[in-house]
Design a protein around this ligand. Structure first.
Ligand code: ADP
Length: 470
């Protein structure tokens, strides 16, 4: 690096930030200001391997929004900055190498969330101390750029669009899966908005349908909705998804597919119609033929499942025919919808969760029930390990998701003497168990699949710059 001393710069200079992939940005040099500032928009904080990072967009050229650079940098500090109007605001501080002419050194920059059409950057005192002298009466002492040169410098980013606006329709923002989806979207430059299902409301009106959020904010301008619906909110959540769909907003899973997967009986019927093997299953309304229903699924021991159950809560193992009959009749007397199923004993409390995205199994884990338990659900104390699944199992998982129409699915498979059987398909599969066991960035893969479906592409040059700053 050159020794930067006794350099004289003007009141305006062209700066560059190679690490942020900004080849040219005109700065006003202002020794009256202490800190240096870059104007940014779409500023989002995210966590990266335990560190706090920020992603933001810069329009480096004055008077135009045609060129956008998306940047990522580690947050090194927060600073209270008082504006000329006396209002103080908290800003992120990042560090980057500044280049003016042939000189370069590292400076601190605050990110101002202001939409200014004028100077997009201000070079303050701190960045210049002991390095440069300012001759405010002159400009561009270290080099000027023609409009042609600027155009050439930004040739590669002309078609860059800013990130997508993605709503995560869920209930709990602190859930691992929801946090990870938001983090992964922000990391890829999208605006991620957490939407509490119960705080969305809609207007049904032929010319002007709408979805609004708590306080009246319209959600019609979303590009994408990722549904993460709790089972008890399926009805309202699917109604919202229908509305988003009718507004032309891309749904990561369709409401039809979600409803199909939430109805265990309907899903099982679709599986058997499409040649997807499941454990032999019986269903009846009346209790008159309970004993024959039991025979039909090859007798006890057998599994009884509440149709509305999840996380293994509504799943019972009846050891003998007598027990099976009394449990079935007890559930019936409570008007509960149940199905009965042959017990796959040889699975020995193990099942396989395949995470399917866009017709591909992207990760799979084996879940093993706790001692003395037959249900392998992680919520029932089961443990997860990485497992390599067979081609047959992969095909089965992909087909099960496809039959229901799910782009994103968690397919549960059980290994039986007859071969692999589908147990269940989940439309909002959890990420915690599978990401932690496999170390894979499943949330990132979900976002990438959505980008692909929408034909949204991050410019390759920008990706390269992002790597540089990491
Ligand atoms: P839930 O939707 O509540 O998770 P599942 O149908 O997936 O219900 O069942 C929960 C767990 O019980 C499964 O992960 C599996 O370990 C076990 N299980 C379910 N059905 C059977 C079966 N027919 N035979 C053996 N074990 C089963």
């Amino acid at each position: 690096m050159e020794v930067v001393e006794h350099v004289i710069i003007g009141g305006e200079e062209w700066c560059a930030f190679p690490g942020l992939h900004i080849p040219a940005i005109k700065a006003r040099v202002d020794s009256g200001a202490k800190t240096s500032t870059i104007h940014a928009s779409n500023i989002h904080k995210f966590n990266k391997k335990g560190e706090k990072w920020v992603s933001f967009e810069v329009y480096p050229i004055q008077e135009t929004r045609r060129i956008i650079i998306r940047c990522k940098a580690k947050i090194i500090d927060y600073r209270n900055i008082k504006s000329s109007s006396g209002i103080s605001e908290k800003r992120y501080v990042i560090q980057s190498t500044l280049k003016i002419g042939n000189y370069q050194w590292s400076i601190e920059l605050t990110l101002a969330n202001r939409d200014s059409m004028g100077f997009r950057m201000l070079l303050g005192r701190e960045a210049m101390e002991n390095r440069v002298f300012v001759d405010p009466a002159n400009s561009f002492l270290l080099g000027d750029y023609s409009a042609e040169k600027i155009s050439e410098l930004y040739q590669h980013v002309k078609d860059i669009r800013s990130g997508l606006r993605i709503g995560v329709l869920a209930s709990n923002p602190d859930l691992y899966s929801n946090k990870r989806i938001i983090e992964a979207g922000e990391e890829r430059g999208h605006e991620m908005i957490f939407l509490n299902v119960q705080q969305c409301y809609m207007k049904l009106d032929a010319p002007n349908p709408e979805v609004r959020y708590r306080g009246g904010r319209s959600l019609n301008n979303l590009d994408v909705v990722i549904p993460r619906l709790r089972p008890n909110l399926t009805f309202y959540g699917c109604a919202l998804m229908r509305q988003f769909d009718s507004l032309g907003i891309f749904c990561a899973n369709s409401w039809e597919a979600i409803s199909r997967s939430r109805d265990k009986l309907f899903a099982s019927q679709l599986f058997s119609q499409n040649g997807i093997q499941i454990p032999i299953t019986g269903f009846a309304k009346s209790t008159l033929d309970t004993s024959d229903l039991i025979n039909m699924v090859n007798g006890a021991p057998l599994i009884i499942k509440l149709l509305e159950g999840t996380q293994g809560k509504g799943v019972v193992l009846a050891e003998n025919a007598k027990a099976a009959e009394s449990v079935i009749n007890a559930f019936k007397s409570l008007n509960a919808n149940i199905l009965v199923q042959e017990f796959i004993k040889e699975a020995a409390g193990k099942d396989i969760r395949c995470f399917v995205i866009d017709g591909k199994v992207v990760a799979s884990i084996q879940r093993e029930a706790a001692k003395g338990e037959f249900r392998s659900n992680l919520h029932q104390g089961g443990t997860a390990t990485v497992i390599k699944i067979t081609t047959e199992e992969k095909k089965l998982a992909v087909k099960a998701a496809k039959v229901l129409g799910l782009q994103i699915a968690g397919v549960d498979i059980i290994r039986s003497n007859k071969g692999p059987l589908v147990l269940e398909v989940n439309s909002s599969p959890g990420l915690e168990g599978i990401e932690l066991a496999t170390g894979k960035d499943i949330a990132g893969m979900m976002i990438a699949a959505i980008e692909k479906q929408l034909g949204w592409q991050q410019n390759l040059e920008i990706k390269a710059s992002v790597l540089e700053t990491e």
